[in-house]
Design a protein around this ligand. Structure first.
Ligand code: GDP
Ligand code: MG
Length: 177
């Protein structure tokens, strides 16, 4: 394999989904550029960002798609989901309403993409300790019931952000290889 052929072998499309303002764009900004936007509007999202990740000595390109805020209008298009092999379904641990939306997002995901899309449930904003409305156990329980991977993150203090993206890429790789 030349280097180019090898990278072509592993290109994973991964979509970020979840309610507006849960931190999807900031998780991607933290992971891809180590940046954080304290007062971000939905407009900071790029269409997608490609990151190289090393798994078992193989270079994998993770093409991570972010919405441009369409989720606010429940108007995420089928093109967004098309070809996705992974999804990060994000809620905000400080807003229960975003946790209650998980079922709706799973329906949407399974309507528009393969049933086998590898999905990790992400409870974001763990830094907001005093404002927490959804416990770690509740997150775990839903993830187990829906057969999802699970992790809690903070895009603000960086905790588990790299781990979350690496986990999903590794799980996709395990299934496909
Ligand atoms: P999106 O609509 O899901 O893409 O959410 P954004 O990434 O635009 O974030 C919405 C708001 O939440 C912004 O003001 C962010 O600064 C804030 N935010 C995102 N992640 C975190 C986090 O981990 N902790 C805290 N405290 N705020 C966050
Ligand atoms: Mg966004």
């Amino acid at each position: 394999h030349t280097e180019e052929e090898q990278t072509e072998d592993y290109l994973f499309k991964i979509v970020l989904i979840g309610d507006s303002a849960v931190g999807k764009s900031n998780l991607l900004a933290r992971f891809a550029r180590n940046e954080f936007y304290p007062n971000s509007k939905s407009t900071i999202g790029v269409e997608f960002q490609t990151q190289k990740i090393d798994i078992d000595g193989k270079e994998i390109k993770a093409q991570i798609w972010d919405t441009a805020g369409q989720e606010r209008f429940r108007a995420v298009t089928s093109a967004y989901y098309r070809g996705a092999v992974g999804a990060l379904l994000v809620y905000d641990v400080s807003r229960r309403q975003t946790f209650d939306s998980i079922g709706r997002w799973l329906n949407e995901l399974h309507t528009h993409s393969d049933m086998n899309v590898v999905t990790i449930l992400i409870g974001n904003k763990t830094d907001l300790k005093d404002a927490r409305e959804v416990s770690t156990d509740e997150g775990k329980t839903v993830a187990e019931a829906q057969d999802l991977f699970f992790m809690e993150t903070s895009a603000l203090d960086s905790s588990n952000v790299t781990a979350a993206f690496h986990t999903i890429v590794k799980e996709i790789y395990n299934i496909l290889s």
